[in-house]
Design a protein around this ligand. Sequence first.
Ligand code: NAI
Ligand code: 13P
Length: 351
Amino acid sequence: MAGTNHVAVLGAGSWGTALACHLAGRGGKIKLWARRPELVKQIKACRENKRYLPGIILPENIQVTGDLAGALAGAKYIVFSVPSHSFREVLKSALPVIREDALIVNTAKGIEEDTMLRLSEVYTSQAGARRAGNYVVLSGPSHAEEVALNMPTAVVVASPSRTTAEKAQDLFMMDNFRVYTNPDVIGVEIGGALKNVIALGTGIVDGLSGSDNAKAALMTRGLAEITRLGMAMHANPLTFAGLAGLGDLIVTCTSMHSRNRRAGIEIGRGKKLAEALAGVNMVVEGVRTTRAAYGLARRWGVEMPITEQMYRVLFQSMPPEEAVNNLMARVKTHEVEEVALSKIKWWIERN
Ligand SMILES: NC(=O)C1=CN([C@@H]2O[C@H](COP(=O)(O)OP(=O)(O)OC[C@H]3O[C@@H](n4cnc5c(N)ncnc54)[C@H](O)[C@@H]3O)[C@@H](O)[C@H]2O)C=CC1
Ligand SMILES: O=C(CO)COP(=O)(O)O
């Protein structure tokens, strides 16, 4: 098997399946790994992932497998599309089989809940700093359902090494799929993970009242607090105005494809968290990320009022109406903080 140079996509949920179909468009072999044997069997039987991406027929050059080592052996490109909470576990099993020069692209959007680590930090903690140079984050506004139908989409790939980022750019960039590079891994990871918290919130507003004003306020002030946290963690503030920040926030807060938004709508309509999640039946990353973001805000001493109210609604049974009232009753403040302006100046001078 060694030397086959194929692409291995790990995780046959909606995103892994859509990306496998996308990558199949450039030819060559794609191995799509699923953990559950029944899913492998189902996809093999009809060349369609009926649970996670119904209606899309998998191209012939995708081989679906439940054998992780077999999927990875000889793979030159490895795309991780498993939920954030299972990234460490899958990575641990995969690492002994991954060849040293393979490009690793992680497409998950989340923060590890207990450790509050970004997924690139999880990667380095497992793979070691020596192998960190081959790691790329792919993020941006990109619902699987639309990518699988080849609808125009733009994403960003982040790595401190431009050469590594460009390898991922070359792998993924095709007609109707534009890929930008960005050296700011922290900003891209924080933007991609935390927009899910805000999407749960705008979903709740949809379920409560549908107020467009309230949703616009949540999105805008949500981006402000995501940027504030990102800056404290040494991200480039301008990343949050890009595809992994504003771009993904817009799509997730407005699309009915969004699982975070849909779960939020059900909570706004009065369902308990567990019921709302059961209704969506796919990963809703924003729930675990809310807990992690709440912890990060405390660790970094950053004010994140929307995240804090989301934490109370999701984990402390606060009625959503009360959360809205709390946000509206906050002490008056300025829109643009001096500290933000000085940080932007610092970034521009540094780069
Ligand atoms: N669906 C989308 O449009 C997009 C999703 N993403 C991100 O991609 C990641 C994956 O999401 P989806 O594919 O949408 O989720 P999904 O809910 O559609 O599928 C998740 C898949 O992961 C599998 N899985 C769960 N635990 C696992 C474990 N321990 N080991 C191996 N596999 C496991 C499930 O069986 C399922 O096949 C998430 O972080 C999500 O935020 C990013 C961009 C777009
Ligand atoms: O990240 C996504 C789109 O860019 C997917 O969002 P959801 O997980 O809310 O569906």
